[in-house]
Design a protein around this ligand. Structure first.
Ligand code: ARG
Length: 474
């Protein structure tokens, strides 16, 4: 019979029970549920709401239940509705059995009292504040994992940046060649993006790690509980003050799924580049055979499925974000059963993001980059046109005019099917007298990168500075 069944003449219809059961999902939070209950009962004992002996019996049984679950002895029967009911029911059952044993009679407890101990655990608590607590404890653990995985990916990127420190690549905007970049600069951009992800997760942690416990159903309780004590026992940064807010809100969860969505968006951009770069057209990168797949029909194929799947799985996480936002939209305060759906979205987002972070690190570790191919055809390329503009600006030509002049140079090259370093000096001079023979040494990719001087630019010195900075931080 359900925990709440006392006022009903009938038990819940079986199809309705199956429909409303959530144990297949919230069962994953059993450790957090037990941790929360243990803290709760310690507080009840401290506040003399529950006797020391009852408290001990409850704590002991809770730990046994934890083992029963982890060893697979106690299975998740959907008839028990959710993990909270399952654990409480098992607790009452276990202590009830033991009430008549020598163990408790030695402690001079009356058998009847001892058997009742399990029924005292839920004093001054509702499943509403209980589930909100479990979720926060779970999120806390998962945030730590996400941060670790993100840090690992940053380290892989850093290592590659170190390895290909002098490699130059064509930098793109609109997927059109823009200006040369050091490959390390490109990789460090991802390190920096992922660092904001870590910051977002840390920030989310501050808000997640607050205790809603003691809010009871919504209004608090008449019993003399100590909310701060349970929060402290659980290592949380304090409580969520307003009891109604504590049980009604899921914004921290939405925040966490948003942080996951942004991580996934970053991973999708990395994946997309890897897919492109592994194409024969680009040939900038090559996945190790152990991270590529073939075709069932075309024997020559080497497909980038892993990167594509990371890109594809973003849909799950964005879906989870929109899913939970939609669950919460327009819900009146306080708890509504709709909110049980939250864990489905949370787990989907967390599992997918962790999986993708992990595989992205492995994939990248197992990718070789093709220095020669990256650097081929960069000298004299139109992606050096900006070097000429800056050259003219240094000769005091107003920028807009310089831009126009170099535009004419490019047009001439296009017409004559030449690269920038294939025009003659007289041809340059015909377009602008400000050009001199020293322009030719500007028309290599290496000099383009080397001549950058602004802070955070792709110059070897600045990239080295960034590399050192991140190596120290991560
Ligand atoms: N299984 C429920 C959930 O996850 C627990 C809270 C139930 N509360 C209630 N008032 N029915 O949301």
């Amino acid at each position: 019979m359900a925990l709440w069944n006392s006022r009903f003449k009938k038990s819940l219809n079986e199809t309705a029970l199956k429909f409303s059961a959530s144990i297949d999902i919230d069962g994953k939070l059993y450790n957090e549920d037990i941790d929360g209950s243990a803290a709760h009962v310690k507080m009840l004992v401290k506040q003399k709401i529950v006797s020391v002996a009852d408290g001990k019996a409850i704590l002991k049984a809770l730990e046994e239940i934890r083992k029963e679950i982890s060893s697979g002895k106690l299975n998740f029967d959907w008839r028990k509705e959710d993990i909270h009911s399952l654990i409480e029911e098992r607790l009452v059952e276990k202590i009830g059995e033991r009430g008549s044993s020598r163990f408790l009679s030695r402690r001079k407890l009356s058998e009847a009292d001892a058997a009742e101990a399990g029924k005292r655990l839920h004093t001054a608590r509702s499943r509403n504040d209980q589930v909100a607590l479990d979720e926060r404890l779970f999120m806390r653990k998962e945030i730590t994992r996400l941060i670790k995985l993100t840090r690992t990916l940053q380290k892989v990127l850093l290592k590659k940046a170190e390895q290909y420190k002098s490699t130059i690549i064509p930098g793109y905007t609109h997927l059109q060649r823009a200006q040369p970049l050091l490959f390390a600069h490109h990789l460090l951009a991802y390190v920096s993006m992922l660092n904001r992800d870590v910051e977002r997760l840390n920030d989310c942690m501050k808000r997640a790690n607050r205790s809603p416990l003691g809010a009871a159903a919504l209004a608090g309780t008449t019993l003399p509980i100590d909310r701060n004590y349970t929060a402290k026992l659980l290592g949380m940064n304090g409580i969520i003050e307003n009891s109604l807010d504590a049980v009604s809100d899921r914004d921290v969860m939405i925040e966490l799924i948003s942080a996951c969505s942004i991580i996934m968006m970053h991973l999708s951009r990395l994946s997309e580049e890897l897919v492109l770069w592994n194409s024969q057209e680009f040939s900038f990168a090559q996945f190790d055979d152990s991270f590529a797949t073939g075709s069932s029909l075309m024997p020559q194929k080497k497909n980038p499925d892993i990167a594509e799947l990371i890109r594809g799985k973003v849909g799950r996480v964005y879906g989870a974000l929109v899913g939970l936002l939609t669950v919460m939209k327009a819900l009146p305060l306080a708890y509504n059963r709709d909110m049980q759906e939250d864990k489905f979205h949370l787990l989907e987002a967390l599992n997918t993001t962790k999986d993708c972070l992990n595989i992205a690190s492995e994939l990248l570790k197992n990718t070789k980059f093709n220095k020669d191919r990256f650097e081929r055809n960069l000298d004299g390329d139109f992606s050096l046109a900006t070097e000429l503009v800056d050259y003219l600006v240094r000769k005091n030509v107003p920028f807009r005019q310089a831009h126009h002049i170099v535009g004419s140079v490019v047009t001439l090259c296009v017409d004559q099917k030449k690269k920038l370093n294939e025009l003659t000096l007289p041809e340059y001079k015909k377009i602008s007298a400000a050009f001199d023979k020293d322009i030719f040494k500007l028309l290599t990719a290496r000099s383009s990168v080397q001549n950058k001087r602004s802070q955070g630019s792709t110059s070897p010195a600045e990239v080295e500075k960034q590399l050192r900075f991140w190596k120290m931080r991560i």
